[in-house]
Design a protein around this ligand. Structure first.
Ligand code: NAI
Length: 376
């Protein structure tokens, strides 16, 4: 049976809205049945109806949507929260408390306390609170995780991750409103680039290695002087099991485009993956030659095979990684949970890491416990 889906944010012209609509509807699991898509009520209602939402379920804001949906027999099974960061907490909490499953955009909250509150509400209500760490749903990222789990590169010694692009490098554009808010604490919170992009890389490090970050040391810089929050972050970390981590996240790295890549170095081999070439993993066994593993080839793990949507050698894109998140959400809502769906614990760990980085950077790189109190 098809599930009913509702969306908050992701209005016309938004960056992430289209990836959610393609992702949710790719497999026929979800019908867009309700929405409060825009901060401008009239624009949001009109756009929802153009997308096929019935007029009485095209809402002016999320509070109206909560009231309108909560008592319907055919109420939405899943709500996606794709609004700016500062609104995630109250919207996600309200819908979880009303018994809806939620997919929240990252960062899940602005503070660690809010993150803990979301995790508590999700646990109490038994509702799914997933967080859109969608890069973890690329087939070849799952392949790396399966290889690490099977011990194919031995114990992981070192993980090096970057999420560094150059798209906010133009000082003349620093006051452009679309760029400026990301470095304004009132709009973005305690961290700029690390909370925006660095947490994807940190989540992926934990996801592939299969371990969590225990402590970290951060150096933050605002390389464009008018920016209050950092546009460049270098973070060293140690995982619970002893793996050493290095993470660089920047928005002033001219020449780097998307700029998200990860390398995992074990005792008997190394792996490398980059979001700009998501179909390949480079695998080098100790003392051997580098091999290029290709999405769709024979002999990959069941997880990588399950999440491959197009035949070998054809391009596989970002919306399909988001579609993999929705595919697993539909299965989980139907009571068949699958391994690998990023959840509220991941969202909370990211917030704890963001705040630990800020504390460390203010202390000139002192090592700080990165674990949220609730998960120590
Ligand atoms: P955007 O500024 O392009 O779009 C935001 C949309 O939300 C607009 O349509 C706006 O009208 C609407 N909106 C704002 N306040 C609202 C409210 N109170 N109620 C209903 N709608 C509201 O923002 P963008 O880039 O799409 O980011 C949205 C969220 O998605 C952010 O939290 C961001 O961090 C996250 N994101 C995640 C990505 C990923 O890779 N997982 C990639 C890009 C963004």
């Amino acid at each position: 049976m098809k599930l009913n889906w509702g969306m908050i944010g992701g209005g016309e012209g938004s960056q992430i809205g289209p990836a959610h609509r393609l992702g949710a509807q790719a497999d026929g699991n979800f019908t867009l049945a309700a929405g409060a898509l825009d901060v401008d009520a009239a624009r949001g209602k009109a756009f929802a109806q153009r997308l096929g939402v019935a007029a009485d379920r095209a809402y002016g804001n999320w509070q109206e949507m909560l009231e309108g949906e909560r008592n319907r027999d055919d109420r939405v099974d899943l709500v996606t929260v794709a609004t700016p960061n500062s609104t995630h907490f109250e919207i996600t909490k309200a819908f979880l408390e009303a018994g809806f499953h939620v997919l929240c955009e990252k960062p899940m909250t602005m503070t660690v306390e809010e993150g803990e509150e979301i995790l508590k509400v999700a646990r109490r209500t038994g509702r799914i609170c997933a967080v859109n760490y969608c890069y973890s749903a690329y087939p070849m990222v799952r392949e790396m995780r399966a290889m690490v789990r099977k011990g194919e590169i031995g114990k992981v010694r070192l993980v090096v991750a970057n999420f560094s692009h150059g798209h906010h490098a133009d000082a003349a554009q620093a006051d452009n409103p679309r760029v400026r808010w990301r470095y304004d604490p009132k709009m973005a919170g305690v961290s700029g680039q690390f909370a925006d992009c660095g947490i994807h890389a940190l989540h992926m490090a934990s996801f592939v290695v299969g371990d969590e970050v225990r402590e970290l040391s951060a150096d933050f810089a605002s390389t464009i002087a008018s920016r209050e929050l950092e546009d460049d972050a270098m973070v060293n970390f140690r995982m619970e099991g002893g793996t050493v981590g290095r993470l660089w996240s920047s928005s002033v790295a001219i020449g780097r485009q998307h700029g998200f890549d990860i390398q995992i170095f074990g005792e008997t081999g190394g792996l490398r993956w980059a979001s700009e070439q998501p179909n390949q993993v480079y695998y080098t066994p100790l003392g051997g030659r580098t091999q290029i593993m290709e999405k769709g080839e024979a002999g990959l793990s069941d997880e990588a095979a399950r999440l491959s949507r197009v035949p070998i050698a054809h391009p596989e894109g970002f919306p399909l990684a988001v579609a993999n998140i929705y595919q697993d959400l539909a299965a989980a809502i139907r009571g068949e949970p699958r391994d690998g769906l990023p959840g509220a614990e991941d969202g909370l760990r990211s917030m704890a890491a963001v705040h630990a980085c800020v504390e460390s950077a203010r202390g000139r790189g002192t090592w700080v416990d990165a674990r949220p109190p609730m998960l120590r």
